[in-house]
Write a protein that binds this ligand. Structure first.
Ligand code: NDP
Length: 287
């Protein structure tokens, strides 16, 4: 017997999640503010609840996937959460997640927060590699582990309900840094007779080859010794920065995506950390 699921929110993500539970044979009750979006799912076997309150009353496990924290507040107002297991997959800040966990506790519910590391087409496609960060009630996570694993992989990151959102934002922040670097790389070749499609595989392979450097960063942060295992010293790397800035200028490309990072490297070097790796930049960021 598969665990019955209630799902609030049938946007792009909610609909993708819903289909995987239906396909896996979980009885599914859904509610969406705009009822029309639920119609298609009804033909696929979902039960449509008349209200959020009725949807919450229908099952023990309540999954919420709405636009933002404010819409969660609005949708769940007037529902009785006592004794329920509430899993909130709505993207929120760590502070919102922590406050929502306390809010749920006061209403007698166990709470798990989720950060979805996937886009809707990756949901229900294990080989796509998408997964969801979870944090909050370990009992809830253990009890519903299998049901939660139906749409995507699960990675539990701690009892503090804010940690899923924090991990989510940390990974996406690093992704934007990577996109920024790739944007600069493409800009450099833009005026030349170089096919972007020829650069792309070289770029992708290089980024993958460099990515494991984060393990050394973590090792240095844990030990406090930022010279540990250093291959390219900060002094050497700062000495190399004019090559990047001059090349950008010669190619008619703004250096604005590179300069903030180079500036931090220079500041760290000025503190006398020339023999270190780049790890000291992290300490300059943390206020
Ligand atoms: P959509 O914009 O497609 O859907 C938003 C959903 O929220 C709809 O069901 C909408 O209802 C509902 N909603 C908005 N405001 C309210 C409100 N005040 N009261 C009740 N319901 C409300 O968003 P997604 O489905 O794509 O995203 C849902 C969550 O998943 C977001 O937090 C998003 O950040 C997260 N996410 C999405 C990803 C993606 O690629 N799509 C990737 C990772 C996370 P209605 O139909 O009535 O408008």
């Amino acid at each position: 017997e598969k665990t019955p699921v209630t799902l609030l929110g049938l946007g792009a993500m909610g609909t993708a999640l819903a289909r995987t539970w239906l396909a896996a044979g979980h009885p599914l009750t859904v509610w969406n503010r705009t009822p029309a979006r639920a119609a298609a799912l009804a033909t696929e076997g979902a039960r449509i609840a008349e209200s959020a309150a009725a949807a919450v009353a229908a099952n023990h496990l309540i999954i919420v996937c709405l636009l933002d924290d404010a819409s969660v507040e609005e949708a769940l107002a007037g529902t009785d959460l006592a004794g329920r297991d509430l899993v909130n997959l709505t993207t929120s800040t760590p502070a919102q997640a922590r406050a929502r966990a306390e809010w749920a506790r006061q209403r007698g519910a166990r709470y798990l927060d989720g950060g979805i590391m996937a886009v809707p087409p990756m949901i229900g496609v294990p080989e796509a590699g998408g997964y969801v960060f979870y944090s909050g009630s370990p009992e809830l996570f253990e009890r519903h582990r299998e049901t939660l694993a139906v749409p995507a992989g699960t990675t539990y990151v701690g009892e503090d309900a804010s940690f899923a959102a924090l991990h989510d934002v940390a990974l996406l922040s690093a992704m934007y840094g990577m996109f920024a670097g790739a944007a600069h790389a493409f800009a450099l070749i833009r005026k030349e007779d170089i096919d972007p499609a020829a650069l792309a595989p070289l770029l992708a392979d290089w980024l993958v080859a460099m990515a494991p450097a984060v393990h050394q960063t973590a090792d240095q942060l844990r030990s406090g010794d930022y010279t540990k295992g250093v291959v390219s010293t900060l002094a050497m790397q700062v000495a190399g920065t004019p090559t990047f800035l001059n090349t950008a200028e010669q190619q008619g490309v703004s250096p604005e995506l590179l300069t903030p990072y180079f500036e931090l490297m220079r500041r760290r070097l000025a503190e006398g950390s020339g023999e270190e790796d780049l790890t000291g930049v992290i300490d300059l960021l943390v206020r």
